[in-house]
Design a protein around this ligand. Sequence first.
Ligand SMILES: Cc1cc2nc3c(=O)[nH]c(=O)nc-3n(C[C@H](O)[C@H](O)[C@H](O)COP(=O)(O)O)c2cc1C
Length: 366
Amino acid sequence: MPALFEPLTVRGLTLRNRIWIAPMCQYSVDQRDGVPTDWHLVHLGQFAIGGAGLVIAESTAISPEGRISDRDTGIWTDNQADAWARIVRFVRSQGAAAGIQLNHAGRKASTFAPWGSAGRRGTIPAVEGGWETVGPTAQPFDGYAAPRALDEAGIDRVVADFASAARRAVAAGFSVLEIHAAHGYLLHQFLSPLVNTRTDSYGGSLENRARLLLRVVEAVRQNAGDTVVFVRFSATDWASGGWDEQQTATVARWAADAGADFFDISTGGAIPGVEIPLEPGYQVPFARSVKTAAGVGVAAVGLITDPQHAEEIVASGSADAVLVGREALRDPHFAVRAAAELGASIDYLPGQYERAPYSQPAGVTR
Ligand SMILES: Cc1cc2nc3c(=O)[nH]c(=O)nc-3n(C[C@H](O)[C@H](O)[C@H](O)COP(=O)(O)O)c2cc1C
């Protein structure tokens, strides 16, 4: 059996393989109420049909002000949790585990969605429904509106909102809760020394910059029961003096001690205008180094589009699993295709699709 198709158990949850779907914002909540829609059911459901071991739903806001855009999904109301429950039921019915990414966008919140906004970019003005953003300081991100620096009470509120979101996500049936501490959103804003210049107990030393994330991990763990908790990190800011892989490994270890089970290793997003050396698997070395230095389970992500390449990443021990994003949008059945290409025998091609195995010669009708 190829390494990619060996099941993986994380804290009692067994994933049927190691090809997982990366969280991907759909900006498809047209009602602007954070409630996931039929789009999300079909979008996420197709990956489960297509054989993925785990399907992680997009960045989902823990509070209205934590949304990246007004068309984000949320999990701050019971209504939203009920709508998620339907999606989770379908994903699970196809043998995949369902995960959700919990996020607060901080100073990168209240922005126009990247499509369907008539080309407008940046902060949504208040008169058009935008809202006040928050951050570690009042420094804005690249041309966005200036946030309000969070005070102690505001920080406590963020932790409480993550806790409630975790409780609702568990009630909705999710098997994996992924805390988003990457891509320049609020938790990453606190981690990065280039963004977080606070002088109180949440800024300065690594311990202080990690304090908010660790409080969130603890709160999520307390509300998650035995549900698996992931943390997504950006392992580097790609900027000198910024967040880097050593700090990531140290804080990943602390997060594991605080109750996180597994780590999803991405990069970038906090500092605009940096140069990122894009090539297939360009973030894999970061996953490997965090895995080795912190002694934790990791998934690699980023320009992994070829089954053989994915197999090498897992078989070589660089990562325990791969997350696939854009290639899964092109081919939602990437996992069953990979099984055919790698010669893995799997028993989860849906009966409905049995007449279309990947080995079927072209042109066969009946
Ligand atoms: C349409 C789209 C939406 C995305 N939304 C999110 C998101 O909600 N949360 C997140 O952490 N990353 C998000 N990402 C990043 C992906 O999770 C992934 O890390 C990135 O696309 C690299 O993987 P890939 O080369 O396989 O696409 C998004 C990427 C795409 C293409």
